[in-house]
Design a binder for this molecule. Structure first.
Ligand SMILES: NC(=O)c1ccc[n+]([C@@H]2O[C@H](COP(=O)([O-])OP(=O)(O)OC[C@H]3O[C@@H](n4cnc5c(N)ncnc54)[C@H](O)[C@@H]3O)[C@@H](O)[C@H]2O)c1
Ligand SMILES: [Zn+2]
Length: 364
């Protein structure tokens, strides 16, 4: 069992990582249940695949499931209203813990609902997608998407416990595993070159479900994110912004493809990292061999690495225009996470969007 502590004063919590952890969920959740029951928010897909298993793992604790349709559309005002009403109908109290059992959509939605219902109750994350296990379940960013854009309404609300069971990924589609993997590699590219070396030799095992390799990859990425969150919980110093490596380019790609199945978030992040490294080379910040390594690695695991394969070549203007609306803009400038090499990312606020557009028009 790996145990990672997130030290945030009175908002501190543990992240436990172990295969088959879910099968003894009662051990960790019994102290958090009131009157022997726990409200569990999940999506219909996840509940169909794994609900019975969670219920067995909960033993004597009765799960009260609140289910929403699978997919991003549940992370909306309507989804939030449904969930908050259901929590209130189940007489949720402030000291209660809502269990988020699903991917990033469920984690973000359950977290935000917990932040606002009764002016705030507690929640626990049991992430079931690789993306949620390595990224969205840790750090306390919660929220929904609205007409003006993705993730534009939300709150910082830390969970009280995160239980990560890599064996839950056995029912996850391969494409979703690859998308989640992109966030693991992203973390390595930010500040851990030795981890990137390890991923270059072990990625295949992580992809195909080798339990030891998966646990190690997840634990390394989560521990890294936890340290960054401890230093900059609300993304004010710039340190947490490093986690957006590949995301400014990635969000533009997601916006351009309509946040659809054409391009999953993690796929956008993979190509976004490749572009961030190429752009760093173009600005004379990073050596070309490092950028080539990054591209080759994502390509080798089956993630997109060129604009051409998305049919987005020569769309520099349009892509840069999406960056103008990035919510992380400050004083009218878009902060870019660029790199001096693998494991050496930094925040650059001096980037001109016209240069980005010209660069995107030039690259493959
Ligand atoms: N809060 C944060 O810090 C943060 C960070 C990154 C991403 N996010 C958010 O996370 C969301 C994406 O998360 P996601 O990729 O997990 O998407 P998701 O929650 O939609 O899950 C992807 C799909 O996989 C299914 N699924 C999940 N686990 C499964 C399992 N074990 N077996 C079978 N099917 C399973 C889901 O039903 C869904 O259809 C986005 O909304 C993004 O904005 C948040
Ligand atoms: Zn991401």
């Amino acid at each position: 069992m790996e145990k990672i502590e997130v030290a945030l004063g009175e908002r501190s919590y543990d992240i436990l990582i172990a295969g088959r952890l879910i099968d003894r969920a009662a051990e960790y959740l019994a102290p958090l249940a009131r009157d022997g029951r726990l409200i569990v928010l999940s999506d219909e897909n996840v509940w169909r695949a794994l609900g019975a298993r969670l219920e067995r793992g909960l033993g004597d604790i009765a799960a009260i499931p609140i289910l929403v349709p699978a997919g991003e559309q549940s992370k909306s005002w309507t989804g939030l209203e449904t969930v908050v009403d259901a929590l209130l109908a189940n007489e949720i109290e402030r000291k209660d813990h809502v269990v988020a059992f699903g991917g990033g959509v469920i984690g973000d939605l359950a977290g935000f609902a917990s932040a606002i219902v009764n002016r705030g109750c507690n929640f626990v994350q049991i992430p079931t997608s690789l993306l949620a296990q390595v990224d969205s379940s840790v750090g306390g960013k919660t929220g929904i998407s609205v007409a003006a854009g993705k993730n534009l309404v939300g709150a910082f609300h830390q969970p009280s416990l995160v239980l990560i069971d890599p064996s839950l990924l056995d029912t996850l589609e391969a494409r979703q595993v690859r998308a989640g993997y992109a966030e693991i590699a992203k973390y390595a590219l930010i500040e851990d070159a030795a981890f990137f070396d390890w991923l270059e030799s072990e990625a295949e095992k992580v992809m195909t479900g080798d339990p030891a390799a998966r646990t190690r990859a997840i634990a390394t990425a989560v521990a890294g994110k936890a340290r960054i969150v401890e230093e900059d919980e609300r993304e004010t110093s710039g340190r947490r912004a490093l986690l957006n490596l590949g995301h400014t380019f990635g969000h533009a790609l997601e916006a351009e493809t309509g946040y659809s199945d054409r391009l999953l978030h993690g796929e956008a992040v993979a190509l976004g990292c490749v572009l961030a490294f190429d752009f760093s080379v173009a600005r004379g910040l990073c050596g070309a061999p490092d950028a080539a390594h990054v591209r080759e690695h994502f390509r080798s695991v089956g993630l997109p690495t060129t604009l051409a394969e998305l049919g987005l070549q020569g769309e520099g203007e349009r892509l840069a225009a999406h960056m103008q609306h990035d919510k992380k803009r400050s004083a009218g400038r878009t902060a870019f996470i660029l790199a001096r090499g693998i494991g050496e990312a930094f925040v650059d606020t001096s980037v001109d969007l016209a240069d980005v557009a010209a660069f995107l028009d030039r690259v493959q």
